[in-house]
Design a protein around this ligand. Structure first.
Ligand code: HSO
Ligand code: ZN
Length: 423
């Protein structure tokens, strides 16, 4: 890992750059697959599944029997863990449900805003080196709480045409019944345009590789909504002398093991702290089953020495990490000053892993600096907010002068008339 000593402010932007992902280069091949799925439906989906996943699928939808087998074959401890995580995630997300409040802005003029679920949503769960079934909880639970009527899930099958039992168990646990054995660009195309078996949805959620990300961006141009522009996982840690090197090293490696393109950043004012954490990383990484991936990610990663705490906070806000771990003493005071981050983990006993799986917060978070303007997934991501208003005759009289004056000044006489005729 590269150590950067006391970089000048002018160097921060270049220093904090994420590994570049050239989505534009993929666009034409991704567009081609999307178009074929749009025009030929299931036949195209099956063709691409054979081509990319090496699986021959006759029924794209997972059958009841497959759910039963998954239920029986999955380890009991894992099932209990998934259900326990589900309770916490549900408890936290339930608190995001709000009842509409009627506001009287003027006597007789009532306005309110109501959350209405997006009727049809599609969740994408990648397969690959490790099937992240935890993401099903993070997307399925808020979707259910929001009241989405149709929640479908797509995930790529293995070469035997099967999904991992934990994916099927987690889907069932959150009440998702329509699961399809399809991944990649073809899954995004199917959910965007619909096929004979896969229903079209209005919004697509979930992480994916660069092809999936590119496909999500392209269907967005076609009027579909997507959760957020997703990029590789990242974590930043701020550590002072109170930090335990082995804790921080483990936290940094927990994100590095996600993918070769993941990025981890350590910020500290102390050269001794940075030194001991670096040594711990080297020690721990050697023991990891995914060490090859982690080592590659560490090559994109940075240990940054800064002059003081205020500078550290400024730099972290500039980086806007997906996850920020504050491994330091005056953690509340520092957390108060964080303005750009997806999710913040405070103190020495709050590893990111707990938020990834089970504490209750969502792990679908803005990466790539998007935390400057985007929030993570929540119940809000699955609803639209519709405003309503109702005026009494008295209310209309009270507001009439204001509306008529403004409408006439804008030269929009018909707008003014719509009030005048009622008076
Ligand atoms: N850290 C990932 C989420 C995840 N971690 C899933 C483990 N499983 C999101 O950035
Ligand atoms: Zn993770």
């Amino acid at each position: 890992m590269q150590v950067y000593q006391y970089p000048e402010r002018g160097e921060w932007k270049a220093l904090l750059q994420r590994p570049v992902m050239n989505v534009a280069a993929l666009e034409s091949s991704v567009q081609h697959i999307l178009q074929e799925v749009k025009q030929q439906g299931d036949a195209a989906v099956k063709k691409f599944t054979l081509q990319f996943d090496k699986a021959t699928i006759s029924d794209l939808q997972v059958a009841e029997e497959e759910f039963m087998i998954a239920q029986q074959s999955l380890d009991a401890k894992l099932k209990a863990a998934i259900l326990s995580a589900k309770v916490n995630i549900e408890t936290f997300h339930k608190s995001q449900l709000t009842a509409p409040e009627v506001i009287e802005t003027m006597p007789g003029v009532q306005c309110w805003r109501k959350s209405v679920a997006i009727e049809k949503v599609g969740l994408y769960i990648p397969g690959g080196t490790a099937p992240l079934f935890s993401t099903i909880l993070m997307l399925g639970i808020p979707a259910k709480l929001a009241g989405c009527k149709e929640i479908i899930l797509c995930s790529p099958p293995d070469a035997n045409g099967q999904l991992h039992p934990a994916i099927l168990f987690a889907a069932r646990a959150v009440g998702i019944t329509k699961v399809f054995k399809v991944g990649g660009v073809q899954a995004i195309g199917a959910m965007a345009y619909g096929t004979e078996t896969i229903p079209a949805v209005s919004k697509i959620f979930g992480p994916g590789n660069q092809y999936v990300t590119c496909a999500k961006q392209l269907v967005q141009q076609d009027g579909l909504a997507i959760d957020m522009p997703a990029g590789p996982s990242e974590v930043a840690v701020y550590a002072d002398e109170s930090a335990t090197a082995s804790f921080v090293a483990a936290d940094l490696l927990s994100q590095a093991e996600h993918g070769a393109d993941s990025q981890v950043v350590l910020v500290s004012c102390s050269p001794t702290v940075v030194n001991s954490i670096e040594q711990e990383i080297n020690k721990q990484v050697a023991e990891l089953p995914r060490k090859d991936i982690a080592v590659k990610a560490l090559a994109n990663s940075k240990l940054i020495l800064v002059n003081n705490e205020a500078e550290a906070i400024e730099l972290l806000n500039e980086y806007a990490p997906e996850h920020l771990i504050l491994s330091c003493n005056n953690v509340e005071a520092i957390a108060e000053q964080i303005i750009n981050a997806g999710s913040v983990f405070m103190g020495h006993y709050s590893p990111e892993s707990v938020g990834d799986y089970a504490s209750g917060t969502n792990h679908t978070l803005p990466t790539n600096g998007y935390a400057k303007a985007y929030s993570g997934v929540s119940v809000d991501s699955f609803v639209k907010k519709i405003t309503f208003q109702q005026l009494t005759q008295e209310g209309l009289k009270n507001i009439s002068k204001t509306v008529i004056a403004m409408a006439e000044a804008e030269g929009l006489q018909a707008h003014a008339n719509a009030v005048k005729v009622r008076l």
